[in-house]
Design a protein around this ligand. Structure first.
Ligand code: FAD
Length: 310
């Protein structure tokens, strides 16, 4: 951790929790579902579709039984959230992390929880996104997703351009799509800092891989959610879209609530569909601190965002 990051960690850790909460409210929609739904409704009123994430992931604490109970409880919260979204008529779907659904305890458990949630979402005509976490979880996540893909048309995955393995994973998923289903991928750079032996670590190769993977996916007929706030990479994606004549049913942009809103408003004004990712949950403080420890650069970004005028 560099000096600046150390200093920033020290400063933020020293702030009262209430103040940090106020600062974090730009990025996190509160602790309870009704607060999150109000944020989603505001976004819908501004013509943004949305994604709802309940903050949480397996932190490895406690025994096996406790971890399994936490995973089941998390899935129950997602079922309730999907029901409430439908009841409120909100244009949003839910997105969940595999370790939040017990991946570290058992792939079968993780599959079972996503499987039930996918059925529930389908009843409400909703989509379900399986998120991607750090590299030790990637293989398990893909195995769970392949099983889901065989059963459900309303599920999608996240792939990270930072990882060397992603090109092979794309070919594997293209080969696994059953007739009548479509591969639906949220393309990201990858938020976890991974070792140089398995991942690109510099900006340019990560951005180049992002564009190339998107090309492969579009060429194979996949629907790609372009999750980025990168104003340098986005024109390359638009040029690629024009080159491949990608229709409006095969893409959208996805952004994080609070991160560079002027940029995504400009994209929307240019006629591009933009979906906003909205996290909420009582676990926001512990969750934010865990994520910041995994990638301290996030703290600097958050601190910059906090102290920015926009
Ligand atoms: P950045 O790379 O942060 O770029 C922002 C700006 O900085 C741009 O202007 C860019 O051009 C510039 N820039 C940055 N570095 C350089 C440099 N070195 N040189 C020149 N210019 C530079 N990650 C996961 O791992 N799993 C997930 O499930 C996941 N879900 C996500 C869902 C959504 C909706 C979004 C938006 C992101 C998600 N992410 C996820 C996070 C993602 O992986 C990225 O970490 C995050 O989006 C930051 O990358 P970026 O492309 O947005 O922009």
């Amino acid at each position: 951790m560099g000096l600046l990051t150390n200093t920033t960690v020290g400063l933020i850790s020293a702030l009262p929790k209430g103040l940090v909460r106020r600062l974090a409210s730009r990025y996190i929609a509160g602790e309870e579902l009704p607060e999150a739904i109000t944020r989603l409704q505001k976004l819908n009123a501004d013509d943004f579709t949305a994604i709802l994430d309940i903050l949480g992931e397996d932190d490895g604490s406690g025994d096996e039984a406790a971890a399994i109970a936490r995973a089941r409880s998390a899935q129950g919260q997602y079922i309730r959230a999907a029901t409430e979204l439908a009841g409120a008529g909100v244009d949003a779907y839910v997105s969940a992390k595999p370790t939040h659904f017990g991946l570290r305890q058992s792939e079968d458990l993780c599959f079972e929880l996503y499987d039930e949630l996918a059925d529930h979402c389908a009843q409400h005509d909703q989509f379900l996104r399986v998120e991607m976490e750090d590299h030790p979880t990637v293989e398990g996540t893909l195995s769970v997703f392949e099983r889901l893909l065989r059963k459900h048309a309303n599920v999608g995955i996240v792939l990270q351009s930072r990882l060397f393995r992603t090109g092979d994973d794309i070919q594997r998923l293209i080969g696994a799509v059953p007739t009548g289903h479509r591969l639906q991928v949220r393309m990201v750079k990858g938020i976890y800092l991974e070792p140089a032996s398995i991942a690109h670590t510099d900006y340019q190769p990560i951005a180049d891989a992002y564009v190339e993977h998107t090309r492969t996916l579009w060429a194979a007929g996949a629907r790609v959610s372009l999750a980025t706030h990168d104003d340098l990479m986005q024109p390359r994606l638009e040029a690629l879209r024009a080159e491949l004549d990608v229709g409006t049913d095969a893409f959208e942009y996805q952004v994080l609530m609070g991160v560079r809103p002027p940029l995504w408003r400009a994209w929307q004004a240019a006629g591009l569909p933009v979906r906003v990712y909205v996290p909420y949950g009582p676990d926001w403080h512990a969750y934010s601190m865990r994520r910041l420890k995994k990638n301290p650069k996030l703290l600097q970004q958050m601190a910059l965002g906090i102290f920015a005028k926009s």
